[in-house]
Design a protein. Structure first.
Length: 144
């Protein structure tokens, strides 16, 4: 594979390894497509799973690593598409949505929400998210 970690990727690998006593993460949820796949593989614990659920960068998706690397690391890579789930298994998508809404209603799930005060400020919020510096969900206030 030719994708490299880069300095930010190496720092992330070191931080995850330090936070997990060198073991790695059991699950990695990656909305970047395959851009960070080498980093994902480096931070995933043996027996762990990587879930690719988007392609936020919009680039062409790279091939997955050789099966030998996955078997040797006891790793699994899967994909998730909410659009595909709604299209092909709407009962599963609706059950998941119901579960999330129940957790929110019960106060057992807390989502950080940042309110963007106007449409004019929305591009700056999008840029934060694109750079990986955004946190939680962003909601733009639109006054009628």
């Amino acid at each position: 594979m030719t994708r490299q970690h880069g300095s930010a990727g190496r720092a992330l690998v070191a931080a995850v390894r330090a936070a997990t006593n060198g073991v790695g993460a059991d699950i990695v949820l990656d909305p970047q497509g395959t851009v960070l796949l080498d980093t994902d593989l480096a931070v995933t614990a043996p027996g762990g799973r990587i879930v690719l659920f988007g392609n936020a960068g919009g680039g062409e998706l790279a091939p997955l690593p050789p099966v030998g690397r996955l078997i040797g690391g006891n790793l699994a890579i899967g994909g998730f598409s909410i659009t595909g789930l709604w299209a092909h298994a709407p009962h599963r998508a609706s059950a998941g949505l119901r579960r999330v809404l129940d957790l929110l209603a019960d106060g057992r799930l807390n989502i950080a929400v940042t309110e963007v005060s106007s449409l004019a400020e929305t591009p700056a919020a999008q840029q934060l998210l694109a750079e990986g510096r955004g946190h939680g969900k962003y909601v733009t206030r639109v006054d009628g």
